[in-house]
Write a protein that binds this ligand. Structure first.
Ligand SMILES: O=P(O)(O)OC[C@H]1O[C@H](O)[C@H](O)[C@@H](O)[C@@H]1O
Length: 263
């Protein structure tokens, strides 16, 4: 693990024994780059993304918690992606480079903590090697009252051309794209395949019972200030999610796991 910067944001770089690398900003515990052993990038980040903490990063793997999108009173997708996390461990395990990031209520900006007054603790583990990205998200309730939450790992997969993308495992037939797509899929089986010009990936999730697939297409992309007009062609979001909201009892822990491997 080495300390680095991503834009203006403090970040850590993980280097696996096989040559794979990852970069994660402390702002959001946001995975912004996963490069295979040959140096090719697998995640999309917009060239127009804010990289100074003024807004969530547009791309990579935003951590969505404790609210999905605008399904509640909090800021869109919750506060996890716009809060500063702490890195609490890192190392090499099973040939992968890993790091652990934590966030709890006392890490939040006062207005964010006031808007969601629950004693929570989040732990995000990211592990990479050439042939695998493994992430887990744990949510713990350290308070005396149950709380509701939603969570997602809002992955922006880098693709050559959205028109050539096929997603298998969310709909009865292969999903292809000819326009805007923004669809939650509740209660999916847990294995999804992404085929694109960049190859075929197997996406596995546990604990995350749902998935959301999003591509804004041209008109919406043009209206998103931190996205280039043509950038929608270069990514598809497939988001392992627990849309719920789920309820977490005092002392209880919820765990979601996510694995990306070549298929
Ligand atoms: O622009 P953001 O707040 O990052 O949200 C980006 C997108 O996230 C999810 O995929 C939602 O389903 C979309 O409705 C939303 O537009």
């Amino acid at each position: 693990m080495t300390n680095t910067e991503y834009g203006h944001l403090p970040a850590v770089r993980l280097s696996a024994p096989d040559g794979a690398q990852a970069t994660i900003t402390l702002f959001g515990a946001h995975l912004v780059s996963w490069k295979g052993a040959q140096g090719h990038e697998r995640l999309f980040v917009s060239a127009k993304s804010a990289l100074d903490g003024s807004a969530a990063i547009r791309g990579g793997v935003p951590v969505v918690f404790p609210q999905f999108a605008e399904r509640g009173p909090l800021i869109k997708h919750g506060f996890a992606r716009v809060s500063n996390w702490r890195m609490t461990a890192s190392g090499i395990e099973d040939g992968a480079a890993f790091a652990l990031f934590e966030l709890n209520q006392s890490d939040l900006a006062p207005e964010l903590a006031a808007a969601w007054p629950h004693a929570f603790a989040l732990a995000l583990r990211v592990a990479v090697r050439d042939s695998e990205l493994a992430m887990s998200l744990e949510v713990r309730n350290d308070g005396a009252q149950a709380f509701p939450f939603a969570a997602a790992l809002h992955t922006y997969h880098l693709v050559d051309d959205i028109a050539a993308v096929r997603i298998i495992g969310v709909e009865p037939a292969a999903l292809t794209f000819t326009g805007k797509h923004d669809q939650p899929y509740e209660g999916i089986a847990g294995t999804v395949f992404l085929e694109s010009g960049a190859g075929k990936l197997k996406l596995e999730q546990k604990g995350f019972t749902d998935a959301v697939v999003w591509n804004p297409w041209a008109a919406d992309a043009a209206a998103i200030p931190d996205m280039g007009d043509d950038e929608y062609r270069r990514f598809v979001c497939i988001e392992p999610a627990r849309l719920g909201p789920a309820t977490l009892d005092p002392c209880a822990v919820w765990r979601g796991e996510y694995r990306v491997t070549p298929a």
